[in-house]
Structure formats: structure tokens, C-alpha cells
Design a protein around this ligand. Sequence first.
Ligand SMILES: *[C@@H]1O[C@H](CO)[C@@H](O)[C@H](O)[C@H]1NC(C)=O
Ligand SMILES: *[C@@H]1O[C@H](CO)[C@@H](O)[C@H](O)[C@H]1NC(C)=O
Ligand SMILES: *[C@@H]1O[C@H](CO)[C@@H](O)[C@H](O)[C@H]1NC(C)=O
Ligand SMILES: *[C@@H]1O[C@H](CO)[C@@H](O)[C@H](O)[C@H]1NC(C)=O
Length: 296
Amino acid sequence: MFGLKILLVLLFLFKANCENNLHRYPYLVAIYNYINKNDIEICASTLINSKWIITSNTCYEKLRNGSSDNLKLEVTRVHDLSQIKLSPHRKLKMAIPHSDYKNLNYSIANDIALGMTNTQFLINPRILPVILTGNELNVENSSCSFIYWNVSLPYQIDSKEMPLVSVDIEILSLKYCKKQFNYKLVYSYGQICVRSVNSVIPENHPGGPLMCNNVQVAFFSSQHKSNGEMLMTFTKIHPYQKFITEVIPSLTFFKIKGGDHIWKGVFLFSKANSCSSLYKMILACMVGIQIIYNMY
Ligand SMILES: *[C@@H]1O[C@H](CO)[C@@H](O)[C@H](O)[C@H]1NC(C)=O
Ligand SMILES: *[C@@H]1O[C@H](CO)[C@@H](O)[C@H](O)[C@H]1NC(C)=O
Ligand SMILES: *[C@@H]1O[C@H](CO)[C@@H](O)[C@H](O)[C@H]1NC(C)=O
Ligand SMILES: *[C@@H]1O[C@H](CO)[C@@H](O)[C@H](O)[C@H]1NC(C)=O
């Protein structure tokens, strides 16, 4: 029994460490560009393997600001944006936008770009690629959240802590969203329309992932306001599986079937998993050990 108590203490420490900032979003990176000494433009992006990241092409275009020189863009793994200057960074070596990307009034089509860093990220429990799925998930009733830095852009680097935040997101029907805009808002292939449940997301903010049960389903593309309501458009990832695997043939898309609870079970045992799921797995094992212990 004593051993079990020690294990519980260790588990508690592990959980505390899990919840400590950097571990919370191990797949999230920032792509950024200095406008001047203290102001930066940023896109949130996610690691999809040790070298490749995925982001919205609109955000990437904004970072490039008309230049064709990718090498000025930097990529870093940072949780608190005020630490961005101190955080080890890599160069963006190459960026590949979707060839049918179009940014028209009230509509952005194929808003996706892949980027490659000049050196690899060392994959460890703090830095992990995000989980992508190759099939359509029924996300309507699952708990989804949007991860971003709660700042207006460009961001002026100061000493005030600026951690990543996560807000609950409600997925809406395209019909509802179009109606809000008098049908002016045109949705393109692979897009979803969402609303933040109880938070105001600053305009012009960095793109970031839409996570549903630890799986990245989409990323932020644009936002529009009508009748006092702010609606956001996200680009789904799975419809672009072909585009992504043409660029990165070795990339794994997980096949996940079923509703909310079924995929939770799958993720407990996925190797590319977040710290908190690992915690849940250890806890589940311990409960198992406890039951067996009590039986004998
Ligand atoms: C974008 O480029 C223009 C012209 O090169 C420059 O005046 C402007 O300051 C740049 N904007 C940013 C955000 O870097
Ligand atoms: C985009 O829409 C705005 C507002 O309706 C309009 O003023 C502007 O001219 C449009 N631009 C283009 C390129 O259609
Ligand atoms: C989502 O939940 C609502 C209410 O519980 C239910 O009516 C609806 O059918 C569910 N949608 C899906 C796609 O499961
Ligand atoms: C974002 O910042 C605003 C204003 O600083 C604040 O009211 C809001 O609660 C913040 N949102 C989150 C999710 O932290």
C-alpha cells in the first residue's frame, strides 16, 4: 500500500507539471516576423511532424507582406508570447501554399499552407506533433476549443505575461452563418463556421488550431462581424489530406471512427498524445491495479 501512496504523489507532481504552461499545447508553434525592433506579426501554427507545420495561408501571406523571401520568418515553440525573443527559434526554410488559394471579398478558398523549418524539432513530451485524422469527425456535439494568444496584432513585445489561451467553440451550420450575413458570406470547400461560446476574440489575431478531444480538426482562417455577432471561419484539415500528403508523403493521418467517447478511448493510447491524456492513462492503470489488489 505504501508503494501506491508514493506513486500517487509522483502522479500528482506529474499532473502539476502537465498543467504547467509549456506542456499544455505541445504542438503549438508561432511563426513570426519583426516589423521593427519591438513589434511582431504572428501566426499560430501547429507541428505536424518534426519539421513541418500547418497554418492558414492568409496568415502566412500577412507575415510575408508581399516579400518572396521566406527566410526572414522565424518559427518558435513558445507559450508565453512575452518570452518570444528568448525562445530558441528556427528559420522557415520553405512554405507551400495551396495552389488554388483565393482571398476574395467575403470568401477565402483553400486557405492552407505548409511550412518547413530549416532544422528539426526534437520530439519529446514538451514538443509533440498534433494528431490529424483522415476521416470526417462528427464534431457537432464534441467539446472543441480554439487556442490563440489573446492580443491584438501586431504584438508589441513587453514584459507582461501573454500566455496561450483556450476558449470553448460552438460549431454552427453554414446556413445559419450565411443568413447572418444576408448570404454575402460565401463559404468554400472545407470550411466550417464557428462562434466562441463566452469570449471575445480580438480581431486580426493569429491563426490557431481548433482542437476537438485532442485532435486538430481545423485552423483559424478569418472572422466576420454582422448584427453584433462575430463569426469565425475555420479551414478543416481532413479535406486537404491529399494536398498535405503530396507534400509530406510520410505523414500519418489517424483513422478515427465514432462519436465523442469512442475517440477519447483511442487517444489514451496514441503515442502522439498530450501530457494530460498520459496522466489519465496512468490513472486508469492505477485504478486497475487497485481493483486487482483489492480482489486478492
Ligand atoms: C509591409 O511592406 C510595406 C512596404 O514594403 C511596409 O511599408 C510595411 O511597413 C510592411 N508592413 C509590415 C507589417 O511589415
Ligand atoms: C469588398 O466588399 C466591400 C464591402 O461590401 C466593398 O466596399 C469593396 O468594394 C469590395 N471589394 C471588392 C474587391 O469587391
Ligand atoms: C447533438 O446533440 C443534440 C442534442 O443532444 C442532438 O439532438 C443531435 O442529434 C446531436 N447531433 C449529432 C450529429 O450527434
Ligand atoms: C482576453 O483579453 C480580454 C481583454 O484584455 C479579456 O477581457 C478576456 O477575458 C481575455 N480572454 C481570455 C480567454 O483570456
